[in-house]
Design a protein around this ligand. Structure first.
Ligand code: NAI
Ligand code: MG
Length: 359
């Protein structure tokens, strides 16, 4: 099993090193090869996604990605910015389904911004469509308005679009994921206002006919934003478009305590995928050895489960993470009175030790 390891920038290198340690202790036949991406690749090769890195990612069975970006690249032209590497990889690998589980671990219940009873035992999965919507729809641009409220003035515009196949494939992914969980899908739209999302709702409803064993609920995005903080445990699988998914998955992240705990997977139609923590490169703490590596370690577990067909190995990582939390070990972002503050490396070592002792 070939894994392309792309650490990237900032804390990316620190957290990916811990995830690699964890993968190594599992003693699986994994071939891991590392390549630069993002700002690190721009420094080394003049491009955030060099040919050689892209080739490695395309040939691998899965990609383990850290994070990219730094304020110092903000002045570069858009095509050379580190973040373009992620968009380039998503496109080249055909990744269209972004899985973002939001799980509130028992020991971190108090770290949530919500009351403990609202989040205790929370385990929901947000599935965000990645290729369509207003983020990529053409035409877009700036022009002088010919109509509207202020004709003759400068205006900007984007286009919200979804094609039937794009909605069908993400709906299938959501219903299939729900079958492995609690058989409930909430499809989030804005069908009352937007034609794109009336179409979304219609197509999801049609696809649902293939999954009579799964309950389907439709919800407007404004209500979904409200329900996520009012009664988040009512959700199981949430499926939505690119923009609503971007926003709701960050909102859900906060229910669980720290962005440093949240893994993600971006999958293609054959379950080949890119796995990365939900957070960015955290330039404010980079190089200090204090970043939480658990989101990346849990992303490696998702990789074993979804792309490499190693569910037992994934489960071993997940229970090792629970066990280090139960031991009271905490990186700074999840630390609280009465727990033991540890560094990035100490946290990785503790997960490795927990796996080794579980043999
Ligand atoms: P961020 O997620 O990097 O950081 C937000 C806050 O969370 C910071 O205070 C940071 O210290 C903290 N944080 C993040 N991960 C942490 C961890 N593992 N442990 C402890 N604390 C953690 O988001 P921000 O600051 O908006 O962006 C920083 C850079 O990252 C930007 O250049 C941005 O474009 C890039 N970015 C990259 C992403 C990716 O590679 N997929 C995703 C999001 C942002
Ligand atoms: Mg976001």
């Amino acid at each position: 099993m070939k894994i392309a390891v792309l650490p990237g920038d900032g804390i990316g290198t620190e957290i990916v090193a811990e995830a690699v340690k964890v993968l190594n202790v599992l003693e699986l036949p994994l071939e891991m090869e590392t390549a630069p991406v993002g700002g690190a690749a721009y420094e080394a090769a003049g491009h955030p996604l060099p040919e050689a890195t892209l080739k490695l990612a395309l040939q691998a069975d899965a990609v383990l990605f850290g994070a990219v970006g730094d304020w110092k690249y903000d002045k570069l032209e858009r095509a050379l910015r580190p973040e373009q590497a992620i968009l380039g990889l998503r496109k080249a690998l055909g990744l269209f389904a972004n899985f973002r589980p939001a799980i509130c671990y028992e020991q971190l219940t108090h770290a949530s911004s919500l009351k403990p009873e609202l989040v205790a035992g929370l385990d929901i999965l947000i599935i965000r469509e990645l290729t369509g919507d207003i983020y990529f729809g053409q035409p877009r641009g700036r022009r002088t308005a010919v109509d509207g409220h202020f004709p003759g003035s400068e205006e900007a515009f984007d286009t919200m679009r979804y094609s039937r196949p794009e909605i069908e494939r993400i709906a299938h992914v959501a219903f299939q994921a729900a079958r492995k969980r609690n058989r409930k899908v909430t499809s989030v739209d804005k069908a009352n206002v937007l034609e794109t999302f009336q179409f979304w709702k219609d197509v999801v409803t049609e696809v649902h006919r293939d999954y009579p064993d799964v309950e389907l609920e439709h919800m407007y995005v404004d209500n979904a934003a409200m329900q996520l903080v009012k009664a988040p445990k009512k959700f199981d699988v949430v499926v939505t478009g690119n923009m609503f998914g971007d926003i709701l998955s960050d909102e859900a992240a906060m229910l669980t305590g720290s962005i440093g705990m949240l893994p993600s997977a971006s999958l293609d139609k054959n379950n080949k995928g890119l796995y990365e923590p939900s957070h960015g490169s955290a330039p404010d703490i980079a190089g200090k050895g204090i970043a939480n590596p658990l989101a990346t370690i849990l992303s490696a577990a998702m990789m074993l489960k979804f792309s490499l067909n190693q569910p037992e190995a994934a489960a071993r990582i997940e229970s090792a993470v629970q066990s280090v939390l139960a031991q009271g070990l905490r990186t700074a972002d999840i630390w609280s009175e009465g727990t033991q503050k540890v560094s990035t490396r100490e946290m990785g070592d503790a997960v490795v030790a927990a796996i080794a002792s579980s043999k």
